[in-house]
Structures are given as structure tokens and as C-alpha cells.
Design a protein around this ligand. Structure first.
Ligand SMILES: *Cc1c(COP(=O)(O)O)cnc(C)c1O
Length: 375
């Protein structure tokens, strides 16, 4: 059996090696390492794929979130509502910009922002909502957008884990996640569903004014060279990364389908087991399985994690500490949060290997060992 990895970017690369190597050499020959043609092409290609008018490539997903928040003109003290059950980047940028993070609860089945909890958390200081499409499943955007509209709030979708995911509205219209809110942000970190061979990110919007502003912010606040109208930052996607992403974007739907196939295998293997809750897929979303995350009932989760490691099966706990309990916020004077579902999840979730290069032998081996331990 081939060794099992959480992600296998090497095998994935080998399948498109010639195209990727050629594209990299073209960039080397062109010497346009910064903002070369591949970067401009990628912005167009990604806009077309997502069916959204404006895409601004940037250096990484964390910057994408930061630039989005800067462009909305949020001021110190403004409250930004995010789920506590997410990767730290979502809330870190809120803190970095001296905004106030407000943590809300997630739905225990989809792991995404709970609209009722969101509604309760809104105050006169609330300015923005940052839903996260966690693990590759969409947050309930229709309800979130309704609440945002009611209170005049901006919505920044953290789409770092869900590129390619489809959201279906109650009237049947379909949109890609990341294109529904005021702004969408994503990451091309190598392990993401659309991964570069280094860091990368992008921001989406259908608002031309915001697009213009975000493009300037990502480039030192300038439109004309050396004339800086805004305080910005330096956040660029390299030409080499863009050249690679142009090739991988064409494969994205197939990549997501390969992940879905792995999930179907696991779902069948674990179906009917009372101690294992497999990922739920809401009627409004499909699932692109950035992670395949189980919730365990009455199982020593950390024991399973260790047992799998002993059998050369990696597994991960995303995330062991929720945002509202992170030490970095200790000095923020945050209120006492009671996020029971979030706490419950952090103690029970475990993510199994899922990527585009898995075979049945590996999947049998993994699911067999999970069942061995659980039963
Ligand atoms: C990966 C990720 C980010 C940050 O992306 P980087 O490119 O690593 O900066 C933000 N939010 C979520 C939910 C992520 O998974």
C-alpha cells in the first residue's frame, strides 16, 4: 500500500507535471515575476469560473480577509461577528485591525454559523459578519444575507475551504460560495482544494467600487505608481503561482469530485454506526470536502487519533481550541461566552485523510482501523 498522507500534493503534481513545469519555465523566461500575464489571466479565469465580475489575486487567504475588512472602512471598536469554530485566520485579522471580534455558535450538523446565534449577537456596534464555509460546506448564506440586509451589515465570506462549492437559494438560483456576500476571500495554500505550490489568495466582489479599493489596498494604496491615496499593504500573488493555478483551476471540478468519491466511500463504511456521525450535507449546499470530519459519540477521540497514528494513518483535530478560548484574546476583555455546541465539537471532531489521490486499498485500511477502534 502507498503511504497514507493527510494531503498528497506530490502525486497530484506528477499528473500535471509537464504542463506545470512548462508554465513555470515560461514565467522564468519572461522575467515578469510580479504581476505578469499569468496573474492577470488567473484573475479573469477565476472570475469566469465563479461567475463573479471582480477577482483580485493577493498573497494569501489571511491577507484576503484583511484587505476585505480594510476596504469596508471598519474602525477600531467596530464589532465583527465570526464563528468561534474556525481556523484562527478568520478572527486574527479582526484583532489585528483593532476591531472587536464577536464569537457566535455553529450548527452542530454543518459546523457553520448558526443564524439564530448571529441575530442575537448583533449590537449597535456591529459592522460586519464573517461566515466561514467550513470543511467545504456552505454556511446558510440566504439567512445570513437576510439578517445582514435587515441590519445594514457587510458580509465577508471566508471561502478558504470551499472553493467550487455551490449554494442553492430557495428559489432555485445557484451561486458559488464566495460570490454571495459583499466580499468573498479565499486561499490557495497548497493543501486547499485549489492549492498553489506556495502561498496565494484572492478576493471577490460584484461591487466595482470595492473591487477598485481592494486592488489599491493590496498594492500600497496606490493606483498611480508612487501616489498613495490609501494606507494599504503589500499583498501580491506571484506570477509562478498564478501560472500553476491557471492549470489547476481547470482541474478543480475533477479534484472536488475525487474528494466527494472519497467521502462517499467513508460514508458507506461508517453508515449505521451509532458512535460515528458522518458529515451532513444540507439541502442548500453541496460539499467539496476540504476536510472529511467525523463527530464521535462515546469514543475516546484522542485515543483514536493515537491509535491511527500507530498504524501509520494520519488524522487531525480541526480545531482543538475554539477562537473564544485562544490565549491571544486573553487581553481583549472578551465577555464570558457560553458556546456549548462549539465546545462539544472541539472535543469530538476528528478529520480523516481526504484528497484527490487516494485509492481503495488506503480507504479500506483507514475505515477498517477506525471501526476496529470504535467498536
Ligand atoms: C486556510 C484558511 C485561511 C487562511 O489562508 P492562508 O492562505 O493560509 O492565509 C483562512 N480561513 C480559513 C477558514 C482557512 O482554512
Amino acid at each position: 500500500m502507498r503511504p497514507i498522507q493527510m494531503v498528497d500534493t506530490k502525486s497530484q503534481y506528477l499528473k500535471i507535471k509537464t504542463a506545470v513545469d512548462n508554465a513555470i519555465h515560461e514565467v522564468l523566461d519572461s522575467a515578469a515575476y510580479i504581476n505578469g500575464k499569468p496573474v492577470q489571466d488567473f484573475a479573469v479565469n477565476l472570475s469566469n469560473y465563479l461567475d463573479t465580475p471582480f477577482t483580485i489575486p493577493c498573497a494569501n487567504g489571511t491577507d484576503a480577509l484583511q484587505i476585505a475588512m480594510m476596504a469596508l472602512g471598519l474602525e477600531p471598536g467596530d464589532e465583527v461577528i465570526t464563528p468561534s469554530f474556525t481556523y484562527i485566520a478568520t478572527t486574527e485579522v479582526v484583532a489585528l485591525l483593532k476591531l472587536t471580534p464577536v464569537f457566535v455558535e455553529v450548527d452542530p450538523k454543518t459546523f457553520c454559523m448558526d443564524p439564530a446565534s448571529l441575530r442575537k449577537a448583533i449590537t449597535r456596534k456591529t459592522k460586519a459578519i464573517v461566515p466561514v464555509h467550513l470543511y467545504g460546506h456552505a454556511a446558510p448564506m440566504e439567512e445570513i444575507m437576510q439578517i445582514a440586509k435587515e441590519f445594514g451589515l457587510s458580509v465577508i465570506e471566508d471561502n478558504a475551504q470551499a472553493i467550487g462549492c455551490d449554494y442553492t437559494f430557495s428559489d432555485g438560483t445557484r451561486k458559488k460560495t464566495g460570490t454571495i456576500g459583499t466580499i468573498g476571500a479565499t486561499s490557495f495554500y497548497p493543501s486547499k482544494n485549489l492549492g498553489a505550490f506556495g502561498d496565494g489568495g484572492a478576493i471577490f466582489t460584484s461591487d466595482e467600487g470595492l473591487a477598485h479599493k481592494m486592488k489599491m489596498i493590496a498594492n500600497h494604496g496606490q493606483q498611480k505608481r508612487y501616489y498613495h491615496e490609501l494606507v494599504g499593504c503589500n499583498s501580491r500573488l506571484d506570477s509562478i503561482q498564478a501560472a500553476i493555478l491557471n492549470i489547476k483551476l481547470k482541474e478543480l471540478d475533477q479534484y472536488n469530485a475525487a474528494r466527494q468519491k472519497v467521502a462517499t466511500f467513508y460514508n458507506q463504511a461508517f453508515s449505521g454506526n451509532a458512535k460515528i456521525i458522518t458529515p451532513h450535507v444540507a439541502s442548500y449546499s453541496n460539499h467539496v470536502y476540504h476536510q472529511y470530519t467525523l463527530v464521535l459519540e462515546g469514543v475516546d477521540r484522542d485515543g483514536l487519533n493515537k491509535y491511527l497514528a500507530e498504524h501509520k494513518i494520519p488524522s487531525m483535530i480541526y480545531y482543538p481550541v475554539p477562537g473564544h478560548k485562544q490565549e491571544m484574546f486573553a487581553s481583549f476583555g472578551l465577555p464570558k461566552y457560553d458556546l456549548a455546541i462549539t465546545d462539544w465539537l472541539t472535543e469530538r471532531v476528528i478529520s480523516l485523510p481526504i484528497h484527490t489521490e487516494m485509492d481503495e486499498e488506503q480507504l479500506n485500511y483507514i475505515s477498517g482501523h477506525v471501526l476496529n477502534y470504535v467498536n
